[in-house]
Ligand binder design. Structure first.
Ligand code: SF4
Length: 494
């Protein structure tokens, strides 16, 4: 959880600070909020205490999100007493879900806005300066906030949100109620955005959505509903392949991967997250046949027990998950796979958990985000309090799960020893600035030595000498492509 997007630097103008809690989707929303504030003539402050406008972009998916928010708001109360002109805004999922509670527990907050109001961030802050505290939460929006300015933290890599919302109903997840139903961005708009990013020097894009595989299903459903008539903007909305081929209602993610991978200057395409039930053959073949699409698949398993998967409403069995994974591995050479797993879902028995361990061992994951189940108020699973697994049991299961995952992660990393890997440089290592850090196409973390400093965004070939559970170590062989981006991309309304 913790802060993800924290922008710094200031001058004489009013300044802002955005703190992000939660997932990449939230981090990207923070980039949009920062972009809007900069377009409104604010500059980024080096620390929260220096800022004139503080935005806490919240998340209610992860554990303890509310405690962290209210703890932070408690600290900010003192700041507000010392400097009453400071404006405090609470945005994101928790604001969407608990706006009244935020107001009640932190009356010193100036603005509360939800996940569908990001575009109004700067306007609401101005409104609050004139007329006092404002709360604005839209229940749902048909508008995609795609035309908003963005202030990106990294200059060589960018997130591109391809859809918002989710049409699934996983019993543990609050996303459908705070992010609404699935809405896909028009195909042509996404490709234009990727072209602009490439022109700015971005070479790696990560396509973001709650269920990327279903991208475009809503677009094609609407177009197909046009009674056989093909609207003039069909190519813009659904892409040329759909408009000139079988115009059935279907997801377009495979076509999108191919089109993004063809944009000149884009060397790496990543995406997160696909839903295992919707991982279709056309997506797998697009991954296999598009050189820019990285050999990495994040496929959230959640549980290996069919009974638990059913209770979670995940829509697949353990065998079906393994079959889809097998199909992806067979098609995509040298594929690395990561996953998400929840331990201790209500009613999870020892036998259910043993099945999870078996599936995890069979899947040979390269890495995993593992979570002990913790109820999110407002979800179906949170209602099952009498069936929660005892914390000590869940903790002990987590230990066993980690042992199995770490074994396959280490084996996967050890299989790279002696190879020369393409690494995209992320900067100096946090522990030792003399060492550089980067990621391989498989998303493996690499620490390596080089006789020369390399800019973030440089592509290099690195010989792997050693492997640990969570990283590789090696040395520079050669630089294959220098970083192309400018040091700072000016923010402009798009
Ligand atoms: S697919 Fe399930 S877990 Fe993912 S966002 Fe949708 S409801 Fe949540």
């Amino acid at each position: 959880m913790a802060a993800g997007t924290e922008f710094g630097h200031g001058d004489g103008r009013r300044s802002y600070f955005v703190r992000t809690y939660g997932c990449q989707m939230n981090e990207h929303d923070s980039e949009r909020i920062a972009g809007l504030l900069e377009a409104d003539d604010l500059v980024a402050a080096p620390t929260m205490a220096d800022a004139d406008v503080i935005v806490l972009n919240t998340c209610c998916i992860r554990e303890n999100a509310d405690n962290k928010l209210y703890g932070q708001l408690g600290h900010l109360k003192r700041l507000k007493e010392e400097r009453p002109e400071v404006q405090i805004a609470v945005a994101g999922c928790l604001a969407q879900k608990d706006q009244d509670l935020v107001r009640q527990r932190a009356p010193h907050v100036d603005v509360v806005f939800g996940t569908h109001n990001v575009a109004r961030a700067a306007d609401l802050l101005t409104e609050a300066r004139v007329s006092g505290p404002v709360t604005e939460i839209l229940a749902e929006s048909d508008e995609f906030p795609s035309a908003l300015p963005v202030r990106r933290d990294a200059q060589h890599a960018a997130w591109v949100t391809i859809q918002i919302g989710c049409d699934n109903t996983c019993a543990f997840c609050i996303v459908p109620s705070v992010r609404g139903r699935e809405i896909s961005r028009p195909f042509g708009e996404l490709i234009d955005e990727v072209h602009r990013l490439a022109a700015d020097g971005v070479s790696e894009v990560t396509l973001l959505g709650q269920n990327v595989n279903s991208y475009g299903r809503d677009i094609t459903l609407a177009l197909r509903g046009a009674n056989g008539h093909v609207p003039a903007d069909a190519v813009w909305r659904a892409g040329g392949a759909w408009a000139s081929g079988r115009r059935t209602a279907r997801p377009l993610f495979g076509a999108l991967l191919r089109a993004v991978g063809e944009v000149e200057g884009i060397e790496r395409v990543r995406f997160t997250s696909p839903h295992p039930k919707d991982l279709r053959a056309d997506v797998i073949s697009a991954m296999a046949e598009t050189p820019a699409v990285c050999e990495h698949l994040h496929l959230p398993l959640q549980s290996g027990s069919d009974a638990v998967l059913r209770a979670m409403h995940r829509g697949y069995t353990a065998q079906r998950f393994l079959d889809r994974l097998g199909a992806a591995r067979a098609a995509v050479d040298d594929l690395a796979v990561s996953t998400d797993i929840i331990v201790g879902f209500p009613d999870e028995s020892e036998r259910d958990f043993a099945e999870t361990l078996e599936v995890v061992a069979a899947a040979r994951f390269d890495s995993a985000f593992t979570f002990v189940f913790s109820p999110r108020p407002g979800t179906e699973a949170a209602e099952l309090a009498d069936r929660f697994v005892a914390p000590a049991v869940a903790t002990e299961r987590m230990e066993r799960l980690r042992t199995v995952i770490e074994r396959s992660a280490r084996l996967g990393n050890e299989s790279r020893i002696g190879r020369i890997e393409e690494v995209l440089v992320e900067g100096p290592s946090k522990r030792d600035p003399a060492i550089l850090t980067g990621r391989t196409r498989q998303n493996r973390l690499v620490h390596f030595s080089a006789s020369e400093p390399l800019r973030t965004g440089t592509y290099a070939r690195v010989r792997v000498r050693e492997a640990a559970t969570f990283h590789l170590s090696g040395e520079l062989v050669e630089v294959t492509a220098p970083a192309r981006h400018r040091t700072r991309i000016p923010v402009a309304a798009r």
